[in-house]
Ligand binder design. Structure first.
Ligand SMILES: *Cc1c(COP(=O)(O)O)cnc(C)c1O
Length: 439
């Protein structure tokens, strides 16, 4: 159906009834929001019929593109068998099949899968599992977590507590529980300090929580793989649970199926979300290792049970598309494309972007990229203006502060990468080199 009405009418109707996340609604209408009418391949198409290259993968979730016939078909076939049945106390064949397929590829020993819908919920589940694990083992005092500077684990209160200040978390300070805070990834002694903290506090830590390889929401901060490997070894040596949040990095984003693989670490708990269903449906999962799972075994209705579960956990439609997604990643050799395009993108950013005076730093791992701008003073909103200039040119970008995020679908092509970098270069020139204030 062709939408009736101009984009301004849709924006007005939107603002009258919709509340957008991470968005100041008083200025929503004046920030030229895109109202999507449909999506196709790696493009979004707005109510005026304009096409935009989805260079942020619909906030980091889309992996193979939009309207992939095989993925559409997986949902249609499952629909004929039922959209949803509860996983509380009962099972569903498609969820069993998905879990078996995930068990073959996740870097977790003897894995068990507890499903939820959003990434933050997978993190909350992992927090509660880590905490109760120690209670169930009769080892008291493991009541805190060690998390990193710059961390982001989602927006629910537990996840906000693990996350660092900023991202709008500060206002909730009275509600956030305290954690042990290791330095940020860009501190030279980040992992040495974290390891010393683990050695000193192992008796009170329920779990060490980390975004392996890349802190995405921190503006693509990269971890040193050797430091990560040593962190994993320190957890093992101290008998401390390691919880890896691969919600952003999972399913091929960094060039391997999971980022943990590059550091050779095998977490006790792992959180997956975002790309799990290729960006089609909300589904997340907490993966627990065999030893963690076993600590919850006991009497029926007994105290060792994990009393936690979400209504839509293990939704059958989501499971069907997640399973087909895993098959396609392999069949299409998607990881090879991620690695080739990542190398190509590194070259393009080096040639066209990194040397600009307005650019402070360029960070890239796999197809997770950040171009950090260097505004001469605060309040110039360069990140937002450069992104807006790119959207004007048909490439959908969205910044985190003054870092412009490049997070294209994993099936991105070489010409599309050229289009993204060319557009970004033009946008930076337009905004940042027009007298410094981009006005
Ligand atoms: C996006 C994200 C989350 C939160 O996931 P939601 O689905 O938005 O709740 C948690 N951790 C990381 C690393 C993320 O990137």
């Amino acid at each position: 159906m062709t939408p009736v009405g101009s984009s301004s009418q849709w924006i007005e109707r939107d603002a009258a009834v919709v509340w957008h996340g991470f968005t100041q609604m008083a200025t929503f209408e004046s920030n030229a929001p895109l109202i999507v009418e449909r999506a196709e391949g790696r493009e979004l198409i707005d109510v005026n019929g304009r096409h935009y290259l989805d260079a942020i993968s619909s906030l980091w979730v889309t992996t193979l593109g939009h309207r992939v016939p095989e993925l559409d078909d997986a949902i249609i076939q499952q629909l004929a068998r039922g959209a949803h049945s509860t996983l509380l106390g009962n099972g569903n064949t498609i969820v069993i099949e998905l879990s078996e397929a995930l068990a073959r590829v996740v870097p977790v020993d003897a894995p068990h899968f507890l499903y939820a819908s959003d990434g933050a919920s997978a993190v909350e589940q992992a927090l509660k599992i880590a905490f109760q694990y120690w209670v169930n083992r009769g080892e008291s005092g493991h009541t805190t977590f060690l998390a990193f500077g710059g961390a982001y684990h989602g927006d629910t209160i537990g996840a906000l507590s693990l996350g660092d200040d900023g991202f709008g978390a500060d206002v909730f300070a009275p509600l956030r529980f305290p954690v042990l805070r290791a330095p940020a990834f860009d501190a030279p002694d980040c992992f040495d300090t974290a390891i010393r903290m683990i050695d000193a506090h192992a008796h009170e830590i329920a779990a060490v929580v980390i975004e392996p390889s890349v802190q995405a929401a921190a503006g693509m901060q990269l971890a040193d793989p050797d430091g990560l490997a040593r962190l994993g070894a320190a957890c093992t040596a101290n008998g401390t649970l390691l919880m890896c949040d691969e919600i952003a990095t999972g399913f091929g984003r960094t060039g391997t199926l999971f980022a943990c693989e590059q550091a050779g670490i095998r977490p006790d708990l792992m959180c997956l979300g975002k790309g799990l269903t290729a960006g089609y449906l909300p589904m997340s999962v907490t993966v627990a290792s065999g030893p963690v799972f076993d600590a919850f075994l006991g009497d029926d209705l007994g105290a060792r049970t994990l009393y936690h579960g979400h209504s839509y956990g293990g939704n059958a439609l989501a499971a069907a598309v997640a399973l087909r997604h895993l098959e396609l990643i392999e069949a299409w050799d998607v990881l090879a494309n991620v690695r080739e395009r990542s190398d190509e993108l590194a070259g393009l950013l080096h040639d066209r972007i990194a040397s600009k005076p307005a650019v402070r730093d360029v960070r890239l791992r796999g197809l997770m990229g950040g171009v950090e701008l260097a505004p001469p003073s605060d309040g110039l909103r360069w990140g937002r203006k450069v992104s807006a200039a790119s959207v004007e040119r048909g490439v959908l970008l969205r910044p985190i502060g003054d870092t412009v995020v490049l997070m294209p679908p994993l099936t991105i092509t070489s010409p599309e990468l050229h289009q993204i970098v060319h557009t970004l270069a033009e946008s930076i020139d337009e905004v940042c080199e027009a007298g410094g204030n981009g006005a």
